[in-house]
Design a protein around this ligand. Structure first.
Ligand SMILES: Nc1ncnc2c1ncn2[C@@H]1O[C@H](COP(=O)(O)OP(=O)(O)OP(=O)(O)O)[C@@H](O)[C@H]1O
Length: 295
């Protein structure tokens, strides 16, 4: 296991913000911590990065307790900070090359550190901006540089805390491609936090829904979609009167409707249960203190 979290609790003063959080991540897996504002996503990730000391529970990140991680351990992690503001006068290539030199002592027999600058620029989609000064980059380009800085040491585990905040749709799309490529081609394990359901659904092999400091559901996007009853909604009208029905088998229901009312059925609409319905229902229940976590 690349990540193993068991019974994690975090208290700020007398307020407990993480209650018994447990999850794991396997090698090469993309896991999304999805939840609304204040759910505890950043707190969780900061504990795993070794920046915050947990109140209770066991945590192993690449086999090491983050509270005791040394430089060698840290060199195996990639952390993408919110935005790289220093070094505005440095050129992109120069900065990446410079930061990469810190990782050279941490090469292993299987991982050559750092990432070769030209290859890294290409992987991050920054080749054409390589000679620009950092301060002249657009917001989206700067964010790509943040990611390039986060992965320059060829991390085995990459943390992405709300990575696409402020991206335009094109930059988002490119960023999603990069994340998928890191996982598929370079077998990087990735833990990302987001409150964007669509992003979690597109990127993650597994989604953990965190709300009010608890994981209220976990599974692949497809598993989560069917978790809550999975009922579709059918709407129709007959003689100007509208009807609606929730059903687990909308095809069968519609067949019955037509055999009974035939051409009198108008304005037929079938809405399939979506990941969004699941998410909203779980967050609602979670805030009300309901539902037990799914395995
Ligand atoms: N240093 C701190 N001291 C006290 N409370 C804190 C501290 N940091 C976070 N909190 C509280 O802990 C809870 C979880 O915050 P956290 O930042 O982990 O949530 P989040 O899921 O990352 O939210 P967002 O999506 O808004 O970034 C919130 O109620 C927040 O107010």
């Amino acid at each position: 296991m690349v990540l193993a979290v068991d019974g994690l609790r975090m208290r700020y003063g007398s307020t407990e913000v993480l209650h018994d959080v447990s999850f794991q991540a396997r090698h090469g897996e993309v896991v999304a911590l999805l939840g609304p504002n204040g759910a505890g996503k950043s707190t969780t990730i900061e504990i795993l990065e070794g920046f915050r000391l947990r109140s209770a529970g066991t945590v192993e990140v690449l086999g090491v307790d983050p509270a005791r991680g040394d430089e060698r351990w840290r060199a195996r992690l990639g952390i993408v900070l919110q935005s790289w503001r220093d070094h505005g006068n440095w050129r992109v290539r120069e900065l990446l090359h410079h930061l990469g030199t810190y990782y050279a002592p941490y090469s292993t027999s299987t991982i050559d550190r750092p990432w070769e600058t030209g290859e890294l620029l290409a992987a991050a989609g920054l080749t054409e901006h390589a000679e620009k000064k950092v301060k002249t980059l657009s917001g989206g380009q700067r964010r790509r540089l943040d990611v390039a800085i986060g992965i320059v040491g060829r991390p085995e585990l990459l943390f992405l805390d709300e990575p696409t905040t402020g991206f335009d749709p094109q930059a988002r799309h490119e960023f999603h491609d990069l994340v998928r490529r890191l996982a598929a081609e370079y077998e990087t394990t990735i833990l990302l936090t987001t409150h964007d359901l669509d992003e979690a659904g597109k990127l993650a092999d597994r989604i953990l829904i965190l709300t009010g400091g608890r994981i209220v559901a976990a599974g692949s996007p497809a598993e989560l979609t069917t978790l809550i009853a999975g009922e579709d909604e059918v709407r129709w009208s007959i003689d100007g009167q509208t009807y609606r029905k929730s059903t687990a088998d909308s095809t069968e229901f519609v067949r019955g409707l037509f055999s009974q009312y035939g051409a009198a059925v108008r304005e037929l609409e079938v809405r399939r249960a979506s990941l969004e319905d699941t998410y909203l229902a779980l967050v609602r229940d979670g805030l009300a203190g309901g539902r037990e976590p799914a395995a």
